[in-house]
Ligand binder design. Structure first.
Ligand SMILES: NC(=O)c1ccc[n+]([C@@H]2O[C@H](COP(=O)([O-])OP(=O)(O)OC[C@H]3O[C@@H](n4cnc5c(N)ncnc54)[C@H](O)[C@@H]3O)[C@@H](O)[C@H]2O)c1
Ligand SMILES: [Zn+2]
Length: 377
């Protein structure tokens, strides 16, 4: 199966920017082919998830990757960190920054983030502030990271107040998504990643949603062809949305479908694995559809159809599905205040008119929201 390349092209006021996302199967052993022009002769800091040091799973693919990179540079330094949102914090960031500096990096040095969204987000953020900004490459190893977090240049860490509140926009110079990396991914993580895939269909492409409805069993069974297709299509949709709105002044906010609720829910879980990002967003998307229906914007049939797909994938669909979260309406609303989409203390939500058509709802009516949350909590 030949790899696909999606070019992310960003329209910027001064000069545009573009970089490749290469999606394929078994790409790790030949990574030097794709990365030669970015890396040759440079000092590389390879920040990787520690999970790849275990002798099972994707250990061998990580080794293949290192061997491939050594063909194009002799200067490689490794930093291993744990996956999971508990890692995406200021202490861990400081550890990475000091380590990189101890390797005597210069402005031509380059970071490679080899891991899921957590490794990608924190490494990308480190790259954006080290020596006022150095380049980085993403090798996403979770489904979520391949379809979402490795693409588009949002980097950052969590604050105790809420998710991703400290960060920057810093685009990678290349992304390689190898479907084969997903074989060792725990099933729970795989299903959670599918939430972001479904999100793209819901925002913008009903045919993609229909494809997922029809093919979800094959996808869960690691049908490589279909997996490659969903990763490619997701990256295409994301690139179409962000190309004219790199810094989220408008349409890019649509990618936040389910995330206003989701980020709040994640904070209740304290990033300890009680609930992971994709699961929180699964509940968040179901809530966004239910709220759209309550406001008379979306039909009951479409809302049920969305919830049905998440249900079939064994994903949580309601706040009541998560034990010990102790969510209340007032605590939820308190968390919404930290949402980056808000303007002048007015809440913004992403809602849906129908499957395949999301829109930005500004100035949410607080009475409607409170009544809705009272029903759901
Ligand atoms: N920057 C963005 O635009 C963006 C978009 C969506 C999500 N995110 C962020 O991404 C994060 C979630 O990403 P994630 O779900 O990839 O989390 P993650 O990086 O924590 O990975 C999930 C788990 O899988 C393990 N793992 C990773 N790759 C593996 C592999 N190939 N085999 C076996 N185990 C593997 C990790 O150790 C971890 O335990 C959240 O912090 C979220 O906020 C960012
Ligand atoms: Zn997300």
């Amino acid at each position: 199966m030949n790899p696909e390349t999606i070019n992310i092209s960003l329209n910027r006021k001064m000069a545009g920017l573009s970089y490749p996302i290469i999606v394929g199967v078994n790409l790790m052993s030949e990574s030097e082919k794709f990365l030669r022009k970015f890396i040759t002769g440079k000092k590389v800091i390879l920040i990787h998830d520690e999970v790849f040091l275990n002798k099972d799973g994707s250990y061998s693919k990580f080794t293949q990757f290192k061997t491939a990179i050594k063909k194009i540079t002799s200067s490689i330094f490794l930093i291993g960190i744990a996956g999971g949102d508990g890692t995406k914090n200021i202490n861990q960031l400081n550890f990475i920054l000091e380590k990189c500096l101890s390797f005597e990096i210069d402005r031509d040095s380059l970071i490679i983030a080899f891991g899921g969204g957590v490794i990608g987000d924190i490494s990308g953020f480190a790259a954006s502030i080290l020596l006022r900004g150095i380049d980085y490459i993403q090798i996403p190893t979770t489904l979520l990271a391949q379809v979402d977090s490795s693409v588009g240049g949002k980097t950052g860490i969590n604050s105790d107040k809420s998710k991703n509140l400290i960060g920057s926009f810093h685009q990678p110079i290349a992304v390689i998504a190898d479907i084969n990396m997903l074989r060792s991914l725990p099933e729970r993580e795989f299903r959670a990643g599918l939430v972001e895939v479904i999100k793209y269909g819901l925002i913008k492409d009903i045919n993609f949603f229909k494809f997922l409805e029809k093919n979800y069993k094959d996808i869960l069974n690691y049908d490589e062809f279909k997996l490659k297709y969903i990763v490619t299509r997701s990256c295409e949709i994301k690139s179409e949305i962000i190309k004219n709105d790199e810094k989220e002044n408008g349409q890019r906010a649509l990618l936040n479908l389910g995330h206003t609720f989701g980020h709040a829910i994640e904070t209740f879980g304290k990033y300890d694995g009680t609930i992971i990002h994709g699961e929180a967003v699964s509940i968040g998307i179901c809530l966004a559809f239910k709220l759209s229906r309550k406001m008379g914007i979306c039909s009951q049939i479409e809302t049920d159809r969305v919830i049905d797909l998440f249900n079939k994938l064994n994903l949580p669909i309601s706040l009541k599905d998560i034990k010990n979260l102790s969510v209340t309406t007032s605590k939820m609303i308190e968390k919404f205040k930290y949402d980056k989409k808000n303007k002048n203390n007015r809440l913004t939500f992403i809602l849906n008119k129908r499957i395949g058509e999301s829109f930005i709802k500004k100035n949410m009516n607080m009475n409607v929201l409170t009544e809705f949350l009272d029903e759901e909590t």
